[in-house]
Ligand binder design. Structure first.
Ligand SMILES: CC(C)(COP(=O)(O)OP(=O)(O)OC[C@H]1O[C@@H](n2cnc3c(N)ncnc32)[C@H](O)[C@@H]1OP(=O)(O)O)[C@@H](O)C(=O)NCCC(=O)NCCS
Length: 151
């Protein structure tokens, strides 16, 4: 098992997370706003993975307002050079652990049906397909909703 450690997001992590957020070629401004906002409002559920002292991945989760037993995972990303090394799995399991301590029982996320690595990660981590939405994020942007019930 890789010697990765996970901790809460700090402002120093902004460059790493921005790089991962915008790696897909998305316009950076919206990602920058998202990261700064999440850094303020999701302190317990915005996590960063470290290899030694190097930041290599992140994940952001949120609790559903008015439904304290339900949560969503909004983001997960691992630096390209460190993928397929177990970092994503460790990040995800740490976030699920935090959700558990907060009393969450049901965790959902959306994933593109063409995102083979992410689908693999979620299936391996016990998520199951709950729904399929065509054009969820616009034309040709279908999304699978996945769910995991925690014991
Ligand atoms: C999805 C992502 C976070 C996975 O992180 P990772 O650290 O590489 O994942 P892990 O090494 O823990 O892999 C866990 C499992 O996921 C699956 N998986 C990961 N990468 C895969 C790939 N390229 N092809 C097929 N399955 C893959 C495998 O089942 C893997 O288990 P295995 O290595 O024992 O076979 C990473 O690929 C990433 O950052 N992608 C870009 C951002 C993104 O798409 N985020 C998800 C948005 S919904």
């Amino acid at each position: 098992m890789i010697a990765v450690s996970i901790r809460q997001y700090k402002d120093d992590d902004f460059p790493l997370v921005l790089g991962l957020e915008t790696a897909g070629g998305h316009e950076p401004y919206r990602s920058a706003v998202f990261i700064r906002q999440m850094g303020v409002v999701c302190r317990n559920t915005f996590l960063v993975a470290l290899l030694d002292t190097e930041q290599v991945g992140y994940t952001v989760g949120v609790l559903v307002q008015g439904q304290p037993r339900e949560a969503w995972i909004l983001r997960i990303g691992v630096h390209e050079d460190q993928r397929r090394n177990g970092v994503g799995s460790i990040l995800l399991s740490e976030l699920l652990e935090v959700f558990c301590t907060l009393g969450v029982r049901t965790v959902r996320l959306t994933v593109s049906p063409w995102n083979v690595p992410a689908l693999g990660l979620y299936l391996k981590s016990g998520f199951k397909q709950e729904n399929y939405h065509e054009a969820y994020f616009g034309r040709d942007e279908d999304r699978i909703v996945m769910v995991k019930e925690m014991g």
